[in-house]
Design a protein around this ligand. Structure first.
Ligand SMILES: [Zn+2]
Length: 354
């Protein structure tokens, strides 16, 4: 539950109409009142958005009663939603283009400090699909000739937010990356999948060439019922993700350990660097190193092949080699204006290496 004080430090953003003068008489527009305001979660973070209404400042203007508003403000989010389109599209992209799981999406949002619960993520995926679906009939129509010729290769995906909640099923044409059906079902029973997800595809009237999905028993049974004899392959991304999960988990644990250790060591050095004169050449070099280090620590993995722990380990080794080379060449001399309160750059550099 969000408390009133959580809203205290939310940045405010005001939207005004694009025009500043009355289109009828040319007099300047004047601000009348706030048409609406709401708290919105966008990719930038939480915002308090105000849409301001303006009207002609000349009382006798025949258009004096017309209220002008910001088009941009109206386009920030769906009506009645407190999440921006940018966020909805990003979540949809993570889910369906990058094949991220709900957990991974939750982690990505957390890293951006965006307050979106798992339940909301699923709703936003639903919103994303509703947006996609709205454009679907036109897209299917545009591809009709191709689909008549080639038939459909269906990719089926079931998504459960947590035990006991409703499930989201999405069917797409795999070659065109076209969403055909997206349905929320209260149970993953085969007959429901068949009735609500597969039958609508059948109704489109195209030849079904093959189906790709994970190894879920209900999905397999539903496909056998709706399209008996249709080739049904296990999705390679799902298989690889499942096979690679133990490695991915171990790698993530290593990344967490490395991060914790390095951050603890980096903190006092960063503090000391920020207290030093920025135009000192050694400070500039060491600041670059600490920036590179911080950047390396931000690495994010993606199951099954992008292993952020290993990547971080490699980058740390490269940084270490570079720092040692620097030290050997004497590239970072002692602090030029060394005072007792400051640590020589060499000592700081050694700290970075240890
Ligand atoms: Zn006017």
């Amino acid at each position: 539950m969000r408390k009133a004080k959580d809203n205290e430090n939310v940045p405010k953003r005001y939207y005004r109409p694009l025009i500043t003068t009355c289109p009828r008489c040319g007099a300047p527009l004047r601000r009348r009142w706030t048409l609406w305001d709401k708290y919105l979660v966008t990719l930038e973070g939480r915002l308090h958005v105000f849409s301001l209404g303006y009207s002609c400042s000349r009382a006798r203007c025949p258009h004096a009663q017309v209220i002008y508003r910001s088009v941009e403000a109206e386009q920030l989010s769906p009506k009645g939603s407190s999440f921006g389109y940018d966020l909805i599209v990003q979540i949809g992209g993570w889910r369906f283009w990058d094949h991220r799981t709900l957990d991974e999406i939750a982690t990505l949002l957390e890293a951006k400090h965006l307050p979106v619960s798992r339940r909301h993520i699923l709703n936003l995926i639903g919103d994303f699909l509703a947006l996609l679906r709205a454009a679907q009939p036109a897209k299917i129509e545009a591809q009709r000739a191709y689909l008549n010729r080639q038939g459909l290769v269906i990719s089926l995906d079931g998504l459960a937010p947590e035990q006991g909640n409703e499930l989201l099923f999405v069917a797409r044409e795999a070659n065109l990356d076209l969403t055909l059906v997206a349905e929320t079902l209260y149970s993953s029973r085969a007959d429901l999948i068949s009735q609500h997800v597969l039958e609508p595809i059948k109704a489109l009237g195209f030849r079904i060439r093959a189906v790709v999905s994970d190894a879920d028993k209900n999905i397999r049974r539903a496909v056998q019922t709706s399209w008996p004899g249709c080739p049904h392959q296990a999705c390679q991304v799902h298989c690889l993700c499942e096979a690679g999960q133990p490695i991915f988990d171990t790698d993530r644990a290593m990344k967490t350990d490395l991060r914790r250790d390095i951050r603890a060591k980096l903190r006092p050095i960063s503090r000391r660097l920020s207290q030093s004169l920025p135009d000192d050449p050694p400070v500039a070099v060491l600041t670059d190193y600490s920036e590179a280090l911080r950047d390396a620590l931000r690495a994010e993995g993606l199951s099954p092949f992008k292993l952020a722990g290993l990547q971080l380990y490699d980058e740390l080794q490269q940084l270490e080699t570079s720092l040692r080379r620097c030290q050997k060449k004497g590239g970072i001399p002692f602090w030029p204006r060394c005072s007792t309160s400051r640590l020589p750059a060499n000592a700081m550099q050694s700290n970075m290496l240890n």
